[in-house]
Design a protein around this ligand. Structure first.
Ligand SMILES: [Zn+2]
Length: 417
């Protein structure tokens, strides 16, 4: 009989969140072994920095012009040794093992394996990495309205990113040109936003916003008259105060969320922990701040990303109560795998299992997604095995839940024809 791990390894994951660079950009990058594991916004850099490593040292470590891999590794080794057990580091260790057969990462191991990297370069290397991660479809947030042309990798699907609209920094002229709608009044701004969503409705899988990086998630209703002041200031190029930016953003978010409900496009919202270092205001990030919005627009489906860590408990209650709240474990397995495991166990016994999406690596390079995907599979198997061992689930129920979380829930939810 198959183990839970073996069963989970065979599931082609429906990956609901990555930031993968395009195959064209990847080809131009020609990542070496260090870039493949540690480069291009890799989260492990943030643990290295929180350990005390400087950005200058990380830049030198990632400098592909220097082909002395062992010397580059020596720059960060003390910091790596300090953070090697975190979830981010675990995903790097797993990727190094799967991609290059490395058991213990050090300068010699990376130097010896560096010639293997050629098989993970170019479009074929990109596809090879995706195949090794065993992903069925991959939803990518490229931080744009207009998805790149990635027809050479058909498993890539795209979100429509609206962060600049929600944080009030959108350039009206750019939106007006993109939508062919002049934006001289608040009413015309509404039409431009509605047009933006209609233009991309059939091409995108979801709307995405990570405005929790630039403002609070707290939302209040704003009518057209109360938006006028901030709108006119922004239109005439006067810098917005944080309050004005939130007024303009809250007004626009309501337009987007209403239109998303009409067009039946789900909206993904970053909740919880920030990537990076030295800039995270925890008071902006709690999922509970979204409740007025979720309540005001019951016909729109909201996906709270990253389990709102470290406010994940709120989401058990919110997703149990609100029919239009769904939760994504994307990035959570690597931020804090133990807490995420516990969260999944509690979810199973608290919230309908159909409302949870099991994986997104949140990575920029497919070689890094290989590590995140295997990490999620391992921790999910461990989590469900614990439930079986405790007599709380049968093995067949655990297997069914794994399939729901890694594939079936997303397939039904996103309903692409
Ligand atoms: Zn992300």
């Amino acid at each position: 009989m198959q183990t839970l791990q073996q069963c989970i390894d065979q599931i082609a994951i429906f990956d609901s969140h990555e930031h993968l660079i395009s195959p064209k950009a990847y080809t131009e990058l020609q990542p070496d072994i260090i870039t493949a594991l540690f480069g291009v916004h890799a989260y492990i850099q943030h643990d290295l920095v929180s350990t005390g490593c400087s950005y200058r040292t990380i830049d030198a470590f990632l400098d592909q012009q220097n082909t002395n891999i062992a010397a580059r590794w020596a720059l960060i080794e003390p910091y790596w040794l300090a953070c090697q057990y975190t979830g981010y580091a675990e995903a790097v260790r797993i990727a190094a093992h799967i991609l290059y057969g490395i058991d213990v990462i050090d300068g010699a191991a990376l130097q010896n394996a560096s010639s293997l990297q050629t098989q993970y370069q170019g479009v074929s290397g990109y596809q090879r990495a995706i195949a090794m991660a065993h992903l069925r479809e991959i939803q990518v947030d490229a931080f744009t309205w207009q998805p790149p042309n990635t027809s050479e990798v058909p498993s890539l699907l795209y979100d429509l990113n609206v962060q600049t609209i929600v944080d009030g920094s959108v350039v009206f002229d750019v939106l007006a040109t993109h939508t062919s709608v002049a934006i001289t009044t608040v009413q015309e701004y509404r039409i431009a936003l509605q047009t933006l969503l209609r233009m991309h409705a059939t091409a995108v899988v979801a709307i995405k916003t990570q405005h929790a990086y630039t403002r609070t998630l707290a939302w209040n209703p704003v009518d057209d008259a109360d938006c006028e002041h901030a709108f006119e200031k922004h239109r005439s190029g006067v810098p917005l105060s944080p309050h004005d930016a939130i007024v303009l953003g809250d007004w626009a978010l309501a337009v987007i969320v209403r239109q998303a409900g009409i067009l039946d496009i789900p909206i993904k919202i970053h909740t919880g922990h920030h990537a990076g270092n030295g800039a995270m205001p925890l008071e902006w990030l709690s999922p509970r701040l979204l409740i007025p919005l979720v309540k005001a627009f019951p016909d729109t489906r909201f996906i709270c990303m990253h389990i709102g860590y470290p406010y994940h408990d709120e989401l058990l209650s919110m997703a149990k109560h609100y029919a239009n709240i769904f939760v994504d474990l994307c990035w959570a397995w690597s931020i804090d795998p133990v807490t995420t495991s516990d969260f999944v166990r509690r979810w199973i016994h608290t919230v309908p299992v159909t409302k949870l999406f099991g994986f997104g690596g949140d990575a920029f390079l497919p070689t890094q997604t290989v590590g995140f995907a295997a990490q999620a599979r391992t921790w999910l198997a461990r989590t469900l095995q614990t439930e079986v061992d405790a007599g709380l689930l049968s093995t067949s129920a655990a297997t069914a839940i794994a399939r729901a979380l890694l594939s079936e829930n997303q397939h039904k939810f996103f309903r692409r024809s």
